[in-house]
Design a protein around this ligand. Sequence first.
Ligand SMILES: [Mg+2]
Length: 278
Amino acid sequence: MQVDIIRGMPSPRFHSRQDWILASQFRPEAEAAFCAQLEKKILSLADSTKKPPAVIFDLDSTLYEVCPRTHLILREAADSLSRGLPGPVKRAFNSLLESQVGYSISDTFQNLGLPLQSPTIQKAWAKIKGFWFDRFFSNEYLKHDRPYLLAPEFVTRLHKKGAHILYLTGRHDEKMRIGTLDCLERDGFPVGDPRVLLRMKTGASPDDAAFKARVARAWGERFNVLACFENEPRNLIRLQSALPKSMAVFVNTVCSDKRTLPGNRLFHLKLFPKLSHS
Ligand SMILES: [Mg+2]
């Protein structure tokens, strides 16, 4: 949580989730309209050799629904940790539905009515979170992710029109590159082409927002980055300030409860648009 430096209190200027959406200013254009506008820009710049057109895409919860990955891991946690979990937690996780899985493990506990204020529940939460963490950030489980409806078609279309596709993710390179590339290929996203880059975190990278801002600034030197698609408000705000001329597109799926300043002039996308035949 960001803290107001002067008073040492949580600042009312920072918001998360629904409050952030309400406090932010979005442009009035609908998805189909601004995506068509983006396509036109790409086409008009496709032959530019100096700074070719490019679009940045985040992966988790922007192009991919990660809920099935978490759901499977949590069901495995219920099996493996069964003996060490208190009755209510064991019962809830044994019959866990995908629809009960939240963005974070804390959200899932809340969805299940398991109060984290209770020390016993908190202990179970720590065990389950540790189990989840080791598996969620690994190649092995990525295959359970699902691309959002029409996301592969949309990204492919921009690529065909002449855009460089720049995947920018907080996933770790060492543990997740192979699985990430396999899934992108399986799901029909552009990959394995000189006009496609995948940038992931390496070693002791800083937090996602700082990492993404740094990479985006460097890409801004090489490419004419026309748009950034991102589900995490904090990351999007940093991307927008790194690339003020790009369209900053908030992909409204799920996001963390990390607080950030409200956005301005953002584009709002709930569903990837159906494509026309031009
Ligand atoms: Mg994301």
